[in-house]
Design a protein around this ligand. Sequence first.
Ligand SMILES: Nc1ncnc2c1ncn2[C@@H]1O[C@H](COP(=O)(O)OP(=O)(O)OP(=O)(O)O)[C@@H](O)[C@H]1O
Ligand SMILES: [Mg+2]
Length: 187
Amino acid sequence: MSRIAVATLDGGAGKTAVAFSIAKDLDYYLISNDDSIIEIAYPNGAKIMKNPKVIDDVVYDFGGFVDVGVINIIKECDLVIVPVINDLNSKMKAIKTISQLQEQNNSFLVVATRLENTKDLEEIEESIKKSFPKIPILPLRKTKIFKNALEFGMSPLELEADSKQVAYTQRNILKEYKKVLNFVKGF
Ligand SMILES: Nc1ncnc2c1ncn2[C@@H]1O[C@H](COP(=O)(O)OP(=O)(O)OP(=O)(O)O)[C@@H](O)[C@H]1O
Ligand SMILES: [Mg+2]
């Protein structure tokens, strides 16, 4: 039984991409307080709720989380995943997100998303480690697989199993994604 939250104040850093993929691959529910296509992509598992509830085996995709309802759910989660891209605004918002949620939770994973080169990861590491030296950071390079996952309603692992071409062309991101998935499975 576990509960995973994916949250950052930054828009477009990959909350929905990461939350949907992990939920589908772990066969977990997916709950979001934010409009997106998740109910179409994952009809048996995803639900958009303005006032999300605490349930088991769930991934929460949290956009704005200032309200008490969301804060109370963060308290009950086993892990909070904070996606961040290598831009100043995204890094600042990731740090702000972690600072705000530290009172509620002390188990964080930063995923550095949409990476285009090694410098992107290094710069994200440098800025996050300055404030939070102990929080692990895992990379996810820039890829079309998350867009395709949502649009086809299939997880990255399902897309990999479905097509030899995907398995080959996306092998590097799939390797990185499996590390994230395995990290999450440990909770
Ligand atoms: N490695 C990656 N990880 C996550 N997203 C990626 C990656 N590479 C490319 N993308 C793309 O980046 C975009 C991330 O947007 P997404 O909607 O997941 O962000 P979000 O945090 O949910 O934004 P919002 O706050 O607007 O809901 C998607 O189009 C996704 O396909
Ligand atoms: Mg989203």
